[in-house]
Design a protein around this ligand. Structure first.
Ligand code: FUB
Length: 326
């Protein structure tokens, strides 16, 4: 029998066949996907990961890159949801949220994050507003982490005319939410500048002024987490993006810049991280453009690697791997 010789040309051909994998491979909802390395999801493009731990499961929420081959820009209509009890075997749930679920929005299912409060799940998203020029932040709510989610307000939570610190129209993107130990919730977001504001306990209204945080080379994608009395504010640094972070003893700062934690992500000018603890380990979840040789910045894929701390609480640089986590 003739053996198939694996040449680099053959590998490139196989890789190319993944460029539009959503058409090539259909994975039915509730199929368990066994991830064999990075990227962890290979049947569709997934970007802008956010993750939430709830009742011994990790829920991974992502954007969904659907740009036709050759298009030099984002085409994103809905968000995806996967769950796992071990970070390796993932169940895909039917897409629980679409831009169309926000009647006041017109396009662009950009970065998002889900958080639980009192048994309800709040999904903060960035979209293009239909009537107020620019990006806006909306919030959807559900009784289950997998939805169905519905618009919690019927209007945007943040619109471009509410934020004046920077002139461009896409500064109101990349929401991330944290509930502090005293129960006060905070929304952080921003492109070009990092904004933050308190949220009311209903999670659907701002509670007070919008403030700004000055961070070196801040681009976008804030993510705030707590550990051992420290607050960590990680963010996309420069463009193309690395991920850097700052630390503080208080959620209100002052934030002390600590350095880079992740280098440029392969084949993508964005990087967009989420950081979670699960079953005793810390995970750094991000995206790159590595699913196909020509995937690139508009066909991104979620990856997971370990994140480690130094004894003083600072973060060691992440080692991005193709093997991923065990
Ligand atoms: O996915 C669209 C945008 O690209 C996100 O909002 C940014 O964080 C960047 O990843």
């Amino acid at each position: 029998m003739k053996k198939l010789k694996v040449t680099s040309a053959l590998l490139a051909l196989l890789a190319g066949s993944f460029l539009m994998p959503a058409k090539a491979v259909v994975v039915k909802p509730d199929t368990i996907i066994h991830s064999t390395g990075n990227p962890i999801i290979r049947h569709k493009f997934t970007a802008d990961p956010a993750a939430m731990v709830y009742k011994d499961k990790v829920y991974l929420y992502t954007g969904h890159d659907e740009a036709p081959a050759g298009k030099n820009g984002y085409v994103m209509h809905n968000w995806t949801c996967f769950s796992s009890t071990d970070m390796v075997n993932w169940t895909e749930h039917p897409s629980p949220l679409n831009v169309k679920d926000f009647v006041w929005a017109k396009a662009d299912a950009w970065a998002s994050q889900v958080i639980e409060r009192n048994g309800k799940f709040y999904w903060y998203v960035a979209v293009e507003h239909a009537t107020i020029p620019g990006k806006a932040i909306g919030v959807a709510v559900a009784d289950s982490p997998t939805g169905p989610f519905k618009d919690a307000r019927g209007s945007a939570l943040v619109t471009n005319d509410m934020t004046k610190a920077i002139k461009h129209s896409w500064d109101d993107i990349d929401p991330t939410v944290i509930i502090d130990k005293d129960g006060q919730a905070y929304l952080f977001w921003g492109n070009g500048i990092c904004y933050y504001a308190k949220l009311k306990s209903n999670m659907t209204e701002l509670d007070g002024p919008i403030k700004t945080i000055t961070l070196p080379h801040y681009t976008e994608a804030p993510w705030v987490h707590q550990r051992n009395g420290w607050y960590y504010l990680s963010y996309a640094y420069e463009f193309p993006e690395k991920i850097a972070y700052a630390m503080s003893r208080s959620i209100n700062g002052p934030w002390v810049y600590k350095g880079i934690i992740n280098e440029l992500a392969g084949n993508s000018n964005t990087n967009h991280q989420a950081i979670i603890d699960f079953k005793g380990k810390t995970y750094f979840i991000y995206h790159n453009g590595a699913l196909a040789a020509d995937a690139g910045s508009f066909h991104r894929s979620v990856c997971i690697d370990y994140l480690y701390y130094n004894p003083d609480g600072s973060i060691k640089r992440v080692i991005m791997t193709s093997e991923g986590i065990k």
